[in-house]
Write a protein that binds this ligand. Sequence first.
Ligand SMILES: *Cc1c(COP(=O)(O)O)cnc(C)c1O
Length: 429
Amino acid sequence: MSSSAELHKRRAAAVARGVGSVISSYVERAGGGTLVDVDGREWVDFAAGIAVTNVGNSAPRVVAAVREQVERFTHTCFMVAPYEQYVAVCEQLAALTPGTFDKRSALFNSGAEAVENAVKVARHATGRPAVVVFDHAYHGRTNLTMAMTAKSMPYKHGFGPFAPEVYRAPMSYPLRDGGLSGVDAAVRAIEVIEKQVGASNVAAVLIEPIQGEGGFVVPAPGFLPAIAAWAREAGAVFVADEIQTGFCRTGDWFASSHEGVEPDLVATAKGMAGGLPLAGVTGRAELMDSVHPGGLGGTYGGNPIACAAALAAIETMRELDLCAAARRIESVLRPGLEELAARHPAIGEVRGRGAMLAIELVVPGASGPTGPEPDPVTTARVALACHEAGLLVLTCGTHGNVLRFLPPLVISDEHLARGLKILGSALAS
Ligand SMILES: *Cc1c(COP(=O)(O)O)cnc(C)c1O
């Protein structure tokens, strides 16, 4: 096996520069809560491949299911010759997503593709063009989803022009909107939508119930239900992008449930299939089935190996009660983070839900019209110090000043404690 240094050299000569990596070590293997690099160093994993390996890396059931499926057949294309695994994943999605109404699903390969297809369905079902998204949103890197994503650098810079008929409304961001209540923040957003887009033009209002790349922004209570109610009233489709929040991550199967919201459509991906690429759109049968046969699909969408992995991952989530595990992770991590916040005034806020937690770093004492001054420089330095000490953490946020913690839901208390300790030392340094 080559060393990380050797691999880095080969990479520079073969891999496009535009594809970045958080660390420069190369992975040899990974398990429940750790990664081991090719030089034998162990890392505590607070990233889970960006909230993907909720069941852990190489989870035993997933490995067995993939092995069995790969020996039977690897691909037929569901649009050519269908198979049971695809149907079974759609049954699971109908059972697990919020709402007991009649549902249908379609499967895809990536989160961005799921978001694109949710928009296709909403436009087709309503006959309307406009899509409303929110400040700090992240929905992907394809042309339509770049238009829907808020942050320019690095996601959009130089890649335009972007798809039309995408409009942005103000988000509820308690730390940065002067403590506006959820309902008041919804009134503010709805006014923008009604005046600048026009209710009757809106095909879909699409939102992450807790924002991911945008900074783990948890909207004030009442915001999501008010936006969903407005959408229903306006005849628009309310779409929850649960790609990062889904599959037990926030302590429930889906984050919409914490506020009793039943989205018309739900986009899923990341945590669904234990690391294999699989995504879905699930929602009201009358919306999904408004699309003509052949209108939705893709060569690889719902690949049988990815579906077998998803069924095994979902079984693992049930068997190990990973929703409860996410709540337990919060009960360990949050007090630790609160304690660090009490010691370090640079931590402006501890927020998140379940095993989706973050700290926002600010310049102590400095405040402007949008709240405390973000400190991306310290954030990057703390992240780097964590990486050097063997803790894999990710940054996020429109200002790049949020450190987020997304451990696999099967992580041990011992690894959680080790991760917290490394973070504490990194902050102190
Ligand atoms: C990651 C992510 C996406 C895009 O998913 P890809 O699989 O990277 O295309 C979309 N929405 C949210 C909320 C995400 O976290």
